[in-house]
Design a protein around this ligand. Structure first.
Ligand SMILES: [Zn+2]
Length: 424
C-alpha cells in the first residue's frame, strides 16, 4: 500500500480587478516571464543552481518570494528535461505572460468583505498591489470562505494568470483533517459520463463491468429553460431586479440538484471495493479540436465542471480518489470490440457497425471512460464479454426529493427499471 494523500484542491477564480489595476498584473506576468527566461539562461550557462535564485532576484522587479517561486518552477522544468532527454539544449523560454506564483500572506492576501465576497490583494510588484474581489463557482468560493474562517482548510500558494484575456487566480488549499487513498490502491474504477439530462456510471473491476447506473435529471434542463424564458420576459419589461432574483433562484435550484446527484454518485461508488472515480477532463477539451455536436452540446448545457467538482469534492471527503482522462472518442468507441466510428449513435442508442453491439449510448460512454481510467492506473483492461443491464434512476424535482419510488436497491435510493438501449 502506498501512502494516503493529503486532500488538496485547486480553486479557480476570475479576478474582478479594481479600476485600472489590470495593467499592473499584466506587467507582472511579463516580468515573471523574464525571470523564468533569465533562470533558464543562467542554468544553460552552467551557473551553479544554488546561486541562481539570488542572482535573478537582484534584478527582478517582483516581490522576492514570488521571484523564488518562478525560479524554482524554471529549474524544475530544466530538471525534468534532463530526466528524459540527454540530447541538445533545453528550450523552455518563450515570450509573453507567465503565471505569477505567490505564497499566501506574502505574495497575496485574501479577506472576507462585509458583503460576503472574498477580496484579494496581489503584490504584483514591490509596493504595488492589485486589488478586487474573486468571482467564480460557488463550490470553490464556499471552500475558500471555509478556509478563511476555520482551520479545516489551509490556504497555500496561488498563481495569477491570464486565460483568454481574463485575469484568474488559482489557489491551492489543503484539508487539514482528511486524507485520500492513493488512486493506485484502487480496485474498482467508476467511469462517470455527464450529460445534459443524466449521468451514466460504470463500475469496472478486474473481473469486468460490475454494475452500471444511469441517473436521470431532466428537471435541470427543464427548469433552466423555464427560468431563461421568465428572465427574458422581465428583462424585456425592464425589471432588472426581478431578473437578478430569478437568476439567483435558478442557480440555487441547479446547484441543489447537482449536489444531490453528486452525492448519489459517491454513495453508489462506495458499494464497490476501493473505488476510484474517473471523469472526462472537459476543461482541456474546450481548447482542443472539435469533438462534434454532442460534446459541444454537453459543454454548453449544463455546469458539467460543477457536477464533476462537487462529486470529486464529496468523494475526497470519503477518502475516494478521482482521476481525469482525455475525453477523446469516449462516445464513439464500442465498449465491447473497441471499434471507433463517428455518428454510430442515434439519440440515446448506440449501435456498433463492427460487432453490432447495441447499448444505451451514455452507458457505453461511461464504460469507455472507466476503461481509460483503468489504463491510466496501468491495470490490464479486462475482457468485456457482456455488460450488465442498464438501470435507470430518476430523482424527483421537488417535494421529498430523495424518497424512493421503487426500492429495488435501498443503498442508492429509488430505482426505476430500465433496459439496454432504452430511448430517451
Ligand atoms: Zn463493437
Amino acid at each position: 500500500m502506498t501512502d494516503a494523500q493529503a486532500l488538496v484542491k485547486t480553486l479557480d477564480f476570475q479576478l474582478d480587478i479594481q479600476s485600472d489595476n489590470e495593467s499592473l498584473l499584466r506587467d507582472a506576468t511579463l516580468e515573471s516571464r523574464s525571470v523564468y527566461n533569465e533562470t533558464i539562461r543562467l542554468a544553460k550557462q552552467g551557473v551553479d543552481w544554488n546561486v541562481i535564485p539570488d542572482r535573478v532576484a537582484d534584478d527582478a522587479d517582483l516581490v522576492k518570494n514570488t521571484t523564488q517561486r518562478v525560479v524554482s518552477k524554471a529549474l524544475g522544468a530544466m530538471e525534468n528535461y534532463y530526466e528524459y532527454d540527454d540530447f541538445g539544449q533545453p528550450s523552455h523560454t518563450k515570450d509573453g505572460a507567465y503565471p505569477l506564483r505567490a505564497n499566501y500572506e506574502e505574495g497575496y492576501n485574501l479577506s472576507l468583505t462585509d458583503d460576503g465576497d472574498v477580496a484579494f490583494r496581489i503584490s504584483s510588484k514591490p509596493y504595488k498591489h492589485v486589488k478586487g474581489v474573486l468571482e467564480g463557482d460557488d463550490a470553490h468560493l464556499d471552500i475558500l470562505k471555509t478556509a478563511l474562517t476555520s482551520d479545516e482548510w489551509k490556504i497555500g500558494t496561488a498563481k495569477a494568470l491570464f486565460h483568454d484575456d481574463t485575469a484568474e487566480l488559482h489557489i491551492n488549499v489543503t484539508n487539514t483533517e482528511k486524507t485520500v487513498r492513493d488512486k493506485q490502491d484502487s480496485r474498482t474504477v467508476v467511469g462517470v459520463d455527464v450529460n445534459e439530462n443524466n449521468v451514466a456510471l460504470a463500475a469496472l473491476s478486474e473481473d469486468g463491468v460490475e454494475d452500471t447506473l444511469v441517473i436521470d435529471f431532466p428537471e435541470v434542463k427543464f427548469e433552466r429553460h423555464r427560468y431563461f424564458t421568465m428572465r427574458k420576459r422581465v428583462q424585456n419589461a425592464g425589471k432588472d431586479s426581478i431578473h437578478d432574483t430569478l437568476e439567483g433562484r435558478e442557480e440555487r435550484f441547479v446547484r441543489d440538484r447537482l449536489h444531490k446527484v453528486s452525492r448519489h454518485i459517491v454513495e453508489w461508488s462506495q458499494r464497490f471495493e476501493e473505488p476510484c472515480i474517473v471523469f472526462e477532463d472537459l476543461k482541456e477539451m474546450r481548447d482542443s479540436i472539435d469533438y462534434g455536436t454532442r460534446m459541444n452540446r454537453r459543454l454548453h448545457h449544463l455546469p458539467f465542471r460543477a457536477l464533476q467538482f462537487y462529486t470529486s469534492y464529496k468523494a475526497s471527503f470519503e477518502g475516494i480518489p478521482t482521476a481525469w482522462i482525455n475525453p477523446e472518442y469516449t462516445s464513439q468507441r464500442c465498449p465491447m470490440c473497441g471499434h471507433t466510428e463517428r455518428a454510430n449513435r442515434n439519440k440515446k442508442r448506440f449501435k456498433c457497425r463492427s460487432c453490432s453491439h447495441q447499448d444505451h449510448s451514455d452507458r457505453g460512454a461511461s464504460v469507455n471512460i472507466a476503461v481509460k481510467g483503468v489504463k491510466k492506473l496501468n491495470w490490464n483492461v479486462p475482457a468485456l464479454n457482456s455488460l450488465p443491464q442498464v438501470r435507470k434512476v430518476r430523482r424527483q424535482a421537488s417535494g421529498a426529493v430523495d424518497a424512493p419510488t421503487v426500492t429495488h436497491d435501498t443503498a442508492t435510493g429509488h430505482l426505476v427499471d430500465g433496459v439496454v438501449g432504452v430511448s430517451d
